[in-house]
Design a protein around this ligand. Structure first.
Ligand code: SAH
Length: 329
């Protein structure tokens, strides 16, 4: 729900300030319509339901994977596609993966979103409404900005959304902002007050290879980005998560694992190896053996690396697959 529109509608009616808070409290609890907001006068609820759409997004398609992962495709009021995913883990965690932009202006060569046309930044409410959609079907307790888009290019709206998420059950500590290494965004994130987790999509242990995989490295070179991450660590005292997507024969060799251990301080960085999910790109995923060998090098150097569980592959909900296929179809 566009809470600015709600506020201005209530203000125009001369309603007391607590009305907006009441409506938001119901939303955050996952109610499905205005009627459920029983402490708002009925006539007011009716007027609001005409004036303020319950969500800024319209659900266009939803799919549930065999592993319980749910992917939703929405449209904004101006027809932009937006995708979000709910992952339910055996340990009870319910984690959301949300989009910060419709499409993405960056062109990482392995990523399906990078291959689609960039739409625009999402508003804070369009981000919150992705989370509210899933809140209406289950509890939610973790959130990662790893859907479509580069959150650091839309940081104000991302942060405004993060201020609302705790009301849904997602604390700032359990919220991660993932970036290609958009340097000014990393420094800006270090300066704001929320204890958000920073995740960096690194994907290569040297500048040349990284530039080939991620053209944005030409603009913000890895060396400078890692220095900004260290500043973030100093400011927040929270480990930075390194995402490293495993591309067969490209970035998964022994020497590259070794280079990574030299590049990163294991007290400040936690490495998460991501099995590559096939999209229409030039890459193949690393074999299971290659991933295991790569991890063994990191572990031997004391890194305690993790390999990301792949979820929702059967419904194209896995990392990097969020590219609104419905657009093309
Ligand atoms: N732009 C931000 C947020 C998007 S996150 C960023 O790049 O960090 C998307 C994460 O999924 C990134 O780590 C990205 O590298 C990874 N990813 C993209 N395509 C993928 C694919 N096909 N398989 C596995 N991971 C992928």
């Amino acid at each position: 729900m566009d809470l600015d529109l709600l506020q201005s509608t209530l203000d125009a009616e001369g309603q007391p300030a607590y009305r907006a808070r009441q409506a938001w409290a119901w939303q955050a609890r996952g109610v499905r319509d205005w009627d459920a907001m029983s402490d708002l006068p009925e006539a007011l609820r009716e007027r609001l339901s005409d004036a303020v759409p319950f969500s800024t997004l319209t659900l266009e398609h939803e799919a549930t994977s065999q592993d319980g992962t749910v992917k939703a495709l929405f449209r904004t009021h101006d027809g932009r596609p937006v995708e979000a995913v709910l992952m339910r883990y055996k340990d009870g965690r319910h984690s959301l993966c949300v989009s910060s932009q419709s499409g993405c202006p960056l062109t990482c060569t392995f990523c399906a979103t990078g291959a689609m046309k960039f739409g625009r930044n999402l508003t804070a409410w369009e981000i919150v409404d992705q989370a509210l959609h899933f809140r209406r079907m289950s509890k939610v307790d973790h959130c990662v900005f790893m859907g479509m888009g580069e959150p650091m290019m839309n940081l104000d709206h991302v942060l405004a959304a993060c201020r609302r998420l705790p009301d849904l059950g997602i604390t700032n500590r359990r919220t991660a902002i993932s970036t290609v290494g958009w340097l000014p965004g990393i420094d800006a994130l270090a300066e704001q007050d929320m204890p958000l987790r920073l995740a960096l999509s690194l994907h290569a242990p040297d500048e040349d290879l990284r530039s080939r995989i991620m053209p944005v490295n030409e603009r913000w070179p890895m060396e400078d980005v890692l220095a900004a991450c260290e500043r973030y660590y100093e400011a927040k005292r929270r480990m930075i998560f390194i995402e490293y997507v495993m591309l067969g024969g490209v970035n998964d060799r022994y020497e590259q694992a070794l280079a990574l251990t030299k590049l990163l301080d294991r007290k400040k960085f936690k490495v998460n190896l991501i099995p590559y999910n096939p999209t229409d790109s030039i890459y193949d995923g690393s074999t299971r053996e290659a991933i295991g060998a790569f991890k063994a090098v990191l572990d031997k150097a004391g890194f305690n690396a993790t390999v990301r569980l792949t979820r929702g592959r059967d419904i194209d909900a896995a990392c990097g697959q969020l590219a609104a296929k419905a657009l093309a179809g």
